[in-house]
Design a protein around this ligand. Structure first.
Ligand SMILES: Nc1ncnc2c1ncn2[C@@H]1O[C@H](COP(=O)(O)OP(=O)(O)O)[C@@H](O)[C@H]1O
Ligand SMILES: [Mg+2]
Length: 320
């Protein structure tokens, strides 16, 4: 019998150690400890003002931390800022648009900034345009492109020096659903090509299916960092079961309400909604209790709790 070799241990691409940033008396980022591994498509999630841009600007060497430190591929973002800049592509949440420039001219300009020799630059520009699906627009004026295309051009720009790590600050914001899906497809392709990508967003549902790991921050503090699936478990959000029965709902509810595994049982739209105390609780216990109690069970379904739901539950009350 052959067994597959164990997966190699993850290699950190980004690590922050108690990373802290204050603006005057206001602490925007408080002791953030974050690990992003090589090859991750990493979602950085938080509501407005949570500290996403502050973190990304520190990683991109544009802002210095007040306390703590951060490393990118082993290099300190403050002491070794020059090396770090060559390894990263940073796409800010807002970047000035060179409306009267042609697409190719614009990319060639940034290629020159990174001192890519002119002979090589031409091919590089063709390649990055191909990657972001803008080959047909190479002669177009930037001002004439749709918002989605401009965002993809912004992505092409940060790819020009072939960085290993991409820091993308809300690249999908303001895009229509189609443009958003296109952007996400490009990011998946970039991950396949071996890039490590950090993407920030306050739109949680789209990151849930896109990213393999996420961090959730709120008011400058890290709430969770790890695999997408683990977010629910680690944050102690209990499972929710929906029960359908032809028996008396109130009787079923009373049977369950006294069980030690059950946090809450309520009747919602002709069904019984049961919240288990923690994620470890086994839903089959619920079925057993009901059947033993003479309840005719027609259906028992576990609610698929999305990341959005988890996020809302965990951060409830901390915002506003
Ligand atoms: N230059 C600045 N001066 C003062 N406060 C700032 C500055 N930049 C950001 N902040 C504050 O820091 C907090 C975090 O902001 P930011 O990092 O932009 O969050 P996000 O990108 O998650 O919306 C917010 O409360 C914001 O108002
Ligand atoms: Mg921001």
């Amino acid at each position: 019998m052959s067994t597959s070799p164990p997966a190699p241990p993850p290699v950190p691409a980004v690590r922050t150690y108690d990373l802290t940033r204050a603006y005057g008396a206001m602490t925007a980022l408080s002791r953030l400890n974050l690990t992003v591994n090589r090859g991750d498509l990493f979602g950085f999630i938080g509501s407005n003002g949570a500290g996403k841009t502050t973190t990304l600007r520190i990683l991109a060497t544009f802002l210095t931390p007040t306390e703590g430190r951060a490393e990118i591929l082993g290099k300190d973002v403050v002491r070794e800022a020059d090396s770090v800049r060559h390894m990263i592509g940073y796409m800010p949440d807002f970047f000035g648009v060179y409306k009267d420039m042609e697409v190719t001219e614009y990319l060639d300009f940034f290629g020159a900034c990174y001192r890519i020799p002119s002979g090589k630059r031409e091919k590089t520009v063709v390649d990055v345009l191909e990657l972001v699906g803008l080959s047909e627009k190479k002669g177009a004026l930037i001002g004439a492109l749709s918002r989605g295309m401009q965002q993809r051009l912004g992505l092409a720009r940060v790819l020009i020096h072939d960085p290993q790590l991409l820091l993308l600050d809300e690249p999908a914001s303001g895009l229509d659903p189609r443009a958003r899906i296109e952007m996400m497809a490009i990011l998946q392709e970039l991950q396949r090509l071996g890039k490590t990508i950090i993407i920030s967003s306050h739109i949680l549902s789209e990151l849930q299916s896109l990213c393999n790991r996420v961090a959730i921050i709120e008011l400058g503090k890290l709430i969770y960092c790890g695999p997408v699936q683990g977010a629910r478990d680690q944050m102690g959000v209990g499972r929710v079961l929906w029960i359908t029965t032809t028996s008396d709902l109130t009787m079923a509810k009373d049977l369950l309400a006294v069980q030690s595994e059950v946090a809450a049982a309520e009747i919602v739209e002709g069904k019984l909604r049961v919240t288990l105390k923690d994620h470890e609780s086994d839903p089959s216990i619920i079925a057993e209790v009901l059947v033993k109690g003479g309840v005719r069970l027609v259906g028992l379904r576990e609610e698929e709790m999305g990341l959005e739901e988890v996020f809302l539950r965990v951060t409830r009350g901390t915002t506003q």
